[in-house]
Design a protein around this ligand. Structure first.
Ligand code: GDP
Length: 518
């Protein structure tokens, strides 16, 4: 439900398409990825030994302009689908490889289905045209059945006959990819914001620790950035490209290996840059806890008494509506805020969130549900402020995440019910008992320690054992006068509301004091 806000129209810049190679087994996907990598290298990076980091970029030319194309280096639709299942969209376009000497096979059809379901345009690479018995026309014919009609046949799908083995027509294939991308997609992103992206591959490296290949979707990732991906967090210590070169800044569509996570993120996890390490950690911890809870809930068959207790305990609730300048910050803010749990007594609920200014609709919802509106890097629109004043809705504006968190934390603490601690006041020993038909038991006592105070709480002790708690001292007298308190060493008369009381019993007076919270 997060918007795809990338800043204003004039902040958007063209970014390279991200391409996945799909097709039936043995039709030449791996070979094609190899020959694309070898046919073209990024300028100034020639000679670098190419490493498999999960994705690479190549520099090519279209109509006299130099253009980059990013390839996901894992062939097949399985990785593509796994990432989609996690909500990540890491691919803009698919190259469907079909061997010209074989034809459309089951996995060819699967690949088409997956790409079409994801709304990803397809360019067809008819491979192995060097082979005897290759019949590229037959492939074109077969694919019409699946909605892929070649331009030559009056359709709008580009087909390129290639030989991955001999490196034939690789340039033409790249050109077709760019032409299709330009015609079908609006591939622009704002490079001038905190980076957001997808982890496409991650592992634990013996020497370097957790290493994740990240594909930048928007913004620029820089060394030193605080990052969170799924339940992993850290700070970018180093970035390395597919040639083993260090990268200082990674722009949209650029794949880089990121070193600096404290644990290994999952493939398909969304990466987010946040203001500071503390918040990255808070978000990661929160996700971790959620994962553990989900797992615990699965394995728990019966509700325990503790759960029931927790459920019955009254909780106050602080409702929030979050508005921010882009989906990444809104998500980060929500994750960080929900991470603030205060003794489980006050519950924080984000009832609505979105990208853009604070609107009248937001104010109406806030008014109806008694919520506070948080505007992060955004302001109120139209008559929203007026309406908020009229309805008594609190709108707060922030531009630094931790300030928002600090203030919300304070607001939550303000909602806490006080916690009390017991303070013993003193003890009095019962020396004599009188019964009064009017007031019940009157106990003649000697205060043996501390003080005894009127209206204090008290308990009755017999042989150092509590016989009854919450005995009320309803009246206190000293030498026939009403007294508010009587000190150690003095005698006094108490009226108590307990019938099983004996000479020799001890009355212990105590108070409950509000405990300060930090
Ligand atoms: P994948 O399973 O789709 O990744 O297929 P591979 O890239 O592993 O290729 C399967 C086999 O086909 C390998 O033996 C490749 O050398 C061979 N192959 C791939 N492309 C071509 C081609 O253009 N021409 C010929 N003759 N063989 C090819």
């Amino acid at each position: 439900t997060y918007g795809e806000d990338e800043g204003g129209e004039d902040e958007l810049e063209q970014r390279p398409p991200v391409v996945t190679v799909m097709g039936h087994v043995d039709h030449g996907k791996t070979r094609l990825l190899d020959s694309i990598r070898n046919a073209t290298v990024r300028e100034g990076e020639a000679g670098g030994i190419t490493q498999h980091i999960g994705a690479y970029q190549v520099l090519t030319e279209l109509e006299g302009n130099e253009r980059l194309v990013t390839f996901i280096d894992t062939p097949g639709h399985e990785a593509f689908t796994a990432m989609r299942a996690r909500g990540a969209k890491a691919t803009d376009l698919a190259i469907l490889v079909v061997a010209a000497d074989d034809g459309v096979m089951p996995q060819t059809v699967e690949a088409i289905n997956h790409a079409q379901a994801a709304d990803v345009p397809i360019v067809v690479a008819v491979n192995k045209i060097d082979k005897e018995g290759a019949n590229p026309d037959k492939i074109r014919q077969q694919l019409t059945e699946y909605g892929l009609v070649a331009e030559e046949y009056g359709g709008d799908t580009m087909f390129v006959d290639i030989s991955a083995k001999q490196g034939t027509n690789i340039d033409a294939l790249l050109e077709a990819v760019l032409l299709t991308a330009d015609a079908a997609l609006d591939l622009r992103a704002n490079p001038d914001m905190d980076a957001q992206g997808v982890a496409i591959e991650a592992h634990l490296d013996r020497g370097r620790g957790p290493v994740a290949t990240v594909l930048i979707a928007r913004g620029t990732l820089r060394v030193g950035d605080s990052i969170v991906a799924g339940d992993a967090y850290g700070r970018v210590r180093r970035m390395v490209d597919e040639h083993g070169n260090d990268v200082i800044e990674a722009l949209p569509s650029r794949p880089v290996q990121v070193i600096g996570f404290t644990s290994v993120p999952g493939a398909g996890d969304n990466l987010l840059v946040v203001d500071e390490d503390r918040i990255a950690r808070q978000i990661a911890d929160r996700r971790n806890a959620r994962k553990r809870n989900a797992m615990a809930a699965k394995s728990r068959k019966r509700i325990s008494l503790d759960d029931l207790d927790a459920a019955l305990k009254e909780t106050s609730q602080l409702n929030l509506i979050l508005k921010g300048d882009n989906s990444g910050t809104v998500e980060a803010l929500e994750e960080a805020l929900v991470g603030i749990a205060i003794d489980d007594e006050v519950e924080l609920r984000v009832i609505d969130r979105g990208v853009g200014g604070v609107t009248e609709t937001n104010v109406n919802l806030a008014s109806a549900s008694n919520a506070i509106i948080i505007g992060f890097n955004v302001r109120a629109e139209g008559k929203a402020t007026e309406l908020a004043n009229r309805e008594g809705v609190d709108i707060r504006y922030y531009s630094v995440i931790y300030q928002a968190i600090d203030e919300i934390e304070k607001a939550l603490k303000g909602m806490l019910k006080p916690v009390y601690e017991e303070v013993t006041l003193g003890q009095a020993e019962i020396r004599a008992l009188f019964r009064s038909s009017k007031v019940g038991n009157i106990a003649g006592c000697l205060v043996t320690s501390g003080i005894v105070r009127r209206n204090a709480k008290a308990r009755l002790l017999r042989d150092n054992t509590v016989v009854q708690d919450l005995v009320t001292i309803s009246s206190l007298r000293r030498e026939k006068e009403d007294a508010t308190e009587v000190r150690e060493g003095y005698e006094c008369g108490l009226t108590v509301t307990y019938s099983d009381i004996k000479v020799g019993d001890v009355i212990e007076a105590y108070e409950l004091r509000e405990k300060p919270r930090d």
